[in-house]
Write a new protein. Sequence first.
Length: 87
Amino acid sequence: MSAFTGAVSRSLRRRAKAQLGLPSVEDAHVGAVTFIQRSDSALRLNVHAHSLFLDGVYVRAPSGALAFHALGAPTFEKVEQVGVVAE
């Protein structure tokens, strides 16, 4: 699971660096929640994950406060790159 969340987080950070002109990807802070569901609605074993990522990043201002910056929807190519990195 950490491979998937790591790949999506890296993609968001790279997009933030490019779109916001950040000096480093480390300046972009990603928010996400992932949980494992072990069964389906009929209580059969069906292990799978649900992930929810913010559609942007938080960047620390010189004052120390965090500000949220929306990144917009990724292109098909960006989504495809995340899949390649996660494999």
